[in-house]
Design a protein. Structure first.
Length: 379
C-alpha cells in the first residue's frame, strides 16, 4: 500500500565506511554492514541537488540554442543530532582523542576518513525503523555518494539539549526502492568518467537505539555543562581567565556556547574528466567559539593592555554524564591557542545585560597537539 506521508519514526541515517583498505578509495569500496555506522539521535536531515547549466547563444536567435551542463551537479546533505557521547563523531570520521591529544580532523586531513557515502533508510508507514528487518518490504533508501564534510557545529544553551550539526557536499544521489536493499551498488560515481559505481555493494545494518557500547545515556543536559577557560601567561603556564577590560567572567552567568569550523573545498578539475577528480580542503581552517553570558560585575582593564599582551587561550567545554561524578565526561571539546577576537556588550529595556566573547584558532597538522580543535569522550 502506498504511503500517505513519511515522518521521523520511519527513517534512519547511516554513514560508511568509517575506514578503508586504501586511503584513495574513500567511498568507493564495498560497504559491509559492519562498516556502515548508524548516526544516533538524529533530529533533522535535508538533502538536495543543484544542476548548473550554461546557455549557448548565437547571433540571430534571441533564445539560447541549448543549455548545457558544463560542471558536475552539486549534492548537499545536512543533518543535526543530539549529543549523548562522541560515537557519532567517531563514525563520521573525526578523531576522538584518548589520552594523547590528536587533531579532530586528522583523519580528514590524511584522507583516511574523508570521503564517505551516506544512506537515509525509510521503512513502511507506521513502523519504527528500529524494529524492521533491513530487507523488509515497503522500504526505500536515498544514497548520497562521494560525500565530504564541509562544516561542523556544536552548541548548547540554557533550556536546550546540546546538539551538533554537519553539512556535506557530495557528487551523486541515488534512490533505491527495491525490498532487497542490501547488496545493491553503492551511490558513488567515478569522478574521472562520471559513471556510476557498479562494482561495490552496500549492506545496511538493522537500526538500533544506541551503538555506544555499554553507555546508555539518552542525551546530555545543559545543567551538566562546565567550562575551562584559561590563558597562557608569559611563562607559558595556564592561568584561569576571568575576563579582561569588560565583563567579569567569574560573575557572569554563561547562557550558551557555539563551536564551529568550515572545511571549504576547492574542486580540482582537468580536461577529460566530467567530475572534479578531487575536492581539496582550503587552508587555513579556522575554528571559532562564541560564549554568551549575562553580565554580573565589570572587570577593570584597558584595551591597550589587551592588545599589548595578545594572549593565547586554552578553551574547554565539558559535558558530564548525568548523575555521575565531576570528572566523568561523555563529551569534551577543546580549543588550543585561540585568540580573543571580540567582546560584545549589549543592553536593552526588558533584557538582561549580556556579553558575547568570540574566539578563533587555526587547525594544526595531524601531528600537532598544541594548537587547533580536539575532541574526547565516550565512544
Amino acid at each position: 500500500m502506498a504511503r500517505n506521508r513519511v515522518i521521523y519514526q520511519s527513517e534512519a541515517l547511516y554513514a560508511g565506511p568509517t575506514d578503508t583498505t586504501s586511503a584513495n578509495d574513500g567511498c568507493r569500496v564495498d560497504h559491509p554492514s559492519t562498516a556502515i555506522k548508524q548516526i544516533q539521535r538524529v533530529q533533522s536531515a535535508n538533502y538536495s541537488f543543484t544542476i548548473d547549466r550554461q546557455d549557448v547563444n548565437q547571433f540571430g536567435e534571441l533564445a539560447a540554442i541549448d543549455r548545457v551542463i558544463l560542471s558536475a551537479p552539486t549534492v548537499a546533505l545536512d543533518f543535526s543530532y543530539l549529543v549523548a557521547n562522541m560515537i557519532n563523531e567517531q563514525n563520521l570520521g573525526f578523531k576522538v582523542s584518548s589520552g594523547t591529544w590528536v587533531s579532530s580532523i586528522s583523519g580528514i586531513l590524511n584522507k583516511s576518513a574523508d570521503e564517505k557515502c551516506y544512506f537515509i533508510r525509510t521503512v513502511a508507514e507506521g513502523s519504527d525503523a528500529l524494529t524492521v528487518d533491513k530487507d523488509a518490504a515497503g522500504q526505500g533508501v536515498i544514497g548520497v555518494g562521494n560525500g565530504y564534510i564541509t562544516s561542523y557545529t556544536t552548541e548548547g544553551s540554557v533550556g536546550n539539549f546540546p546538539t551538533a550539526s554537519l553539512n556535506v557536499e557530495a557528487l551523486n544521489m541515488r534512490v533505491y526502492t527495491s525490498s532487497a536493499i542490501s547488496g545493491q551498488a553503492i551511490p558513488a560515481v567515478d569522478p574521472e568518467t562520471g559513471s556510476a559505481d557498479t562494482t561495490h555493494q552496500f549492506h545496511l545494518p538493522i537500526a538500533v537505539s544506541s551503538t555506544a557500547g555499554t553507555d546508555t545515556t539518552s542525551v546530555l543536559r545543559p545543567g551538566d555543562i562546565t567550562f575551562g577557560l584559561n590563558y597562557y601567561d608569559t611563562n607559558g603556564a595556564l592561568v584561569s581567565w576571568d575576563g579582561q577590560a569588560g565583563a567579569d567572567l567569574s560573575e557572569s552567568k554563561i547562557q550558551s556556547y557555539n563551536i564551529s569550523f568550515d572545511l571549504g573545498r576547492t574542486p580540482l578539475e582537468k580536461l577529460g574528466s566530467k567530475f572534479a577528480f578531487a575536492r581539496e580542503i582550503d587552508f587555513p581552517v579556522t575554528i571559532t567559539m562564541s560564549i554568551e553570558a549575562n553580565v554580573g560585575d565589570l572587570k577593570e582593564g584597558n584595551l591597550t593592555a589587551m592588545v599589548t599582551e595578545d594572549r593565547n587561550y586554552d578553551l574547554t567545554v565539558y559535558l558530564k554524564k548525568p548523575g555521575t561524578g565531576a570528572t566523568v565526561y561523555n563529551a569534551v571539546y577543546h580549543i588550543k591557542r585561540a585568540k580573543l577576537d571580540s567582546q560584545e556588550l549589549s543592553s536593552a529595556i526588558g533584557d538582561n545585560k549580556s556579553v558575547t566573547w568570540n574566539f578563533s584558532a587555526q587547525v594544526g597538522g595531524p601531528n600537532q597537539d598544541d594548537i587547533g580543535f580536539f575532541m574526547s569522550g565516550v565512544v
